[in-house]
Every structure is written in C-alpha cells, then in structure tokens.
Design a protein around this ligand. Structure first.
Ligand code: NI
Ligand code: MN
Length: 231
C-alpha cells in the first residue's frame, strides 16, 4: 500500500510503510500547512523548483534528518551550498532510489530563489515517482504542455497531482485538458486556495473531470490521505 498525504498547497508525503518522501515541503509560512517542518520524518526530500512555496523547508528538513534533497542540478547545488546533502538530477533522467524510482519531467515555469537578490536555480521540473509498482505524476508548477500525452502514453499513471490555481500555473480548464492527456486513474487538484490570487473551486474541476475524462477526481483537504492500493 502506498499512501499519499496532502500537507497543503503543493506538498505531499508518499509512504510505502517502510520508507517515505516529502515533495515540495512548503510548511513554514503556509497558512494551510497540515504539519510542521520539525515533525516531518522522511528518507528524502524532492524539490521541483526554487520558489519559496515549493523549496520551502526542504533544506532544513534535509539537514535535520541527514537525507538528500533530490532536485534539478542547479537547485541541488543551491541546497548543497546551504549545507544539505543533495542528489542532483535533470529533466528526462531517472534514478532508482531505495524508496523508489524517480524521473524528472519538464515544467513550463521559472525557478529561482527570490530574496533580496534573485538566485537562478535552473529549470523547474515535475516528477514521476514509482513506489511499490504504483506511478504518481507530480506536475510541479507548470502550464499545460502537449507532451503530457507522451507521459500518459509511456507510464500507466495511478495518480496525477495537478495544479489548478491559475495565474502562476494551469487553471481548471487546462488541468482538465492535462487530465485527458495523462489519463490517470485518479487526479488530485493542488496549488489552489493558499493565497487569494490562486483561489479556485475544486468542485468545478471535479465536475469537469467527471464530465470530460475517464479519471476519478479526489479532492484532498490538508492532512487528508489517499491510499493507492498495490497489486
Ligand atoms: Ni513556482
Ligand atoms: Mn508555486
């Protein structure tokens, strides 16, 4: 059994009962966060890009637990400079980790750590994660792109985690198109409602998904889990 736990915004943990990972741990400063960074216990941290609402507590969690940040090369180098262990990868590449298999996918977005100055952290990404034979696609922050059809063709996706917040990423209409192309068994809307500018009604997305695709839409509130049964 693989368990996905939604921690708010775009943050998930993925757990097979023995090992677990956290993706884009924006917890500190996230009004919707379902846990705190110092309570997280994982074997790796996946970071899709350098924006604060994704990189978030990644370095702090990785340093405290002495586990790697898995990220695109430039972002991995940034995390190493902050004192964290890192495993650099890049778009199109996959690697078998002890917890499972991870492939980096493209994302149409930006990636930088924006503080007093802007530090470029390479290309943003999404992830396809295989754990216990189950495939989860985490789109990251992205606009719609046609090669999502290729991802759907190459991988039998059990779950797709797709942004619907609009403004910075796909909105509802484009996320429905993405669902058609990816053809996952289950789609979960993410990256909405955290801030006023990305307020969306996930029920509208769910209705559109059920009318126009063969996927089942599951709306998770922060703290809720989705069990992905194996076998
Ligand atoms: Ni972003
Ligand atoms: Mn974001």
């Amino acid at each position: 059994m693989v368990t996905l736990t939604y921690l708010g915004h775009s943050c998930f943990t993925m757990d097979n009962g023995k090992r677990s990972i956290i993706i884009d741990p924006f917890l500190t400063g996230n009004p919707e966060a379902a846990t705190q960074a110092d309570k997280v216990k994982v074997d790796a941290v996946l970071a899709s890009h350098g924006h604060d609402d994704h990189l978030g507590d990644a370095v702090a969690i990785a340093k405290r637990l002495k586990v790697p940040v898995i990220a695109p090369y430039e972002l991995a180098c940034y995390c190493q400079r902050q004192g964290a262990e890192a495993h650099p990868m890049h778009i199109g590449g996959a690697y078998q980790f002890p917890f499972g298999w991870v492939k980096l996918t493209q994302a149409l977005h930006g990636s930088a750590v924006v503080r007093e100055s802007i530090e470029y952290t390479g290309h943003p990404c999404g992830f396809i994660i295989q754990m216990e034979g189950k495939h989860v696609y985490y789109a990251g922050d992205t606009g719609l792109f046609g090669d999502m059809a290729l991802l759907g063709k190459l991988h039998s996706l059990d779950v797709a985690l797709l942004p619907i917040g609009d403004n910075f990423t796909m909105g509802i209409a484009d996320a429905v198109e993405a669902t058609k192309m990816l053809n996952p068994a289950v789609v979960v809307p993410i990256h909405y409602g955290t801030f006023p500018v990305i307020k969306q009604d996930p029920q509208v997305f769910a209705r559109e998904v059920s009318a126009k695709t063969s996927a089942r839409c599951v709306i998770l509130r922060p703290g809720e889990k989705l069990q992905v049964s194996t076998g």
